[in-house]
Design a protein around this ligand. Sequence first.
Ligand code: PLP
Length: 402
Amino acid sequence: MITLLSLPAGLPSAAVVDLDAIRDNVAALNEHAGEAGVMAVVKGDGYGHGLLPSARAALAGGATWLGVAQLSEGLELRAAGIEVAMLAWLTVPGDRYAEAVRAGIDLGVSARWALDEVAAAAREVGQTARIQLKLDSGLGRNGVTVHDWTDLVDAALKAQADGAVELVGAFSHYAWADAPQHPTVRAQTQAFADALETAQHRGARFQVRHLANSAATLTNPAVRYDLVRAGISVYGLSPVPELAGPAQFGLRPAMTLLARVANVKRVGPGQGVSYGHAYHTPNETTLALLPVGYADGLPRHAGNTGPVLLAGRRYRLAGRVCMDQVVLDLGEPIDGPPAGPEDVRAGDVAVIFGAGTSGEPTAQDWADAAGTISYEIVTRIGSRVPRLYRGGDGPESWRGSA
Ligand SMILES: *Cc1c(COP(=O)(O)O)cnc(C)c1O
């Protein structure tokens, strides 16, 4: 369990990432996945938790695949010596296909141009490219449409017969996985099954078929196929917060965001606080300044609402989120007695969010405060905030996250 964590001296802020939580979450996802394997999705710098440490912790938890969006992410994993099966699904014309083929990264193919570029890269390198065809079963985002599926399958089979590619897998992605009863879930599930059958008839033999993201993995056992692509749940956050929190799925949030109080001062009643004076002190009170703002990833939409734990009390931000700082009115906690200058000093540590097990708010609480999803809260934590790793196989270590 994460207890309230210390922040090394002199640091304004840090995101403490519990690698044991990531490992244990993947182990729990393996249980949810039944016979299917777990592809841990580490795109977006491991949803803000750090690409390499997250990947290693996920592998320690039993992930058999890693998933990324961009090729640069997969190539960084390979450069660090991570050799597990890996899929990158969002590429562009002229992308680093030759490097990917050399590195043995599976390439998601969503269009004919991509198949042609990948096959050309394979011929150039003199190695077979591993590809997985992506079907747009109804999401309306990436993937080849049902209409164009057969042509892409046939072209891929021809490229396979020529030795340029190996047709490893097929996959698709839901629009409404977080609403398991939504009619599109059933329709997309059927469209994917139909597409697999069509491909099979034309001669495709897929080693891996996959459809489920975190939400589907946790709510819909019927769509596990051979792999589940789990992202947000790896980091211990619920993909379906209206239905259940992390603990109900056996998950625990891995990231705790800490900030050190940079200033404390007494002000009178009616003092406008920060830009636009969006908050006024109702009484004579103590203000505390925290050196985190939207440059660090706090959503500006959480002005006057974002929750923070300081001195054993929960507060809502007083006024706007600025680029570098936010303010708390210590006299106006959400719960507990008002705090004063004797309770909080410059240098004390506030918890912006964490696992929620020691009274601190969670990333989900911040998402609710800002009208967004927990994914965005953790993923947007800025590069200025150092990541501090606990657990895993080494001692606590720092890395700049540039
Ligand atoms: C991001 C992503 C996932 C992971 O989704 P979560 O909801 O975070 O589990 C899976 N598949 C694809 C195609 C994605 O883009």
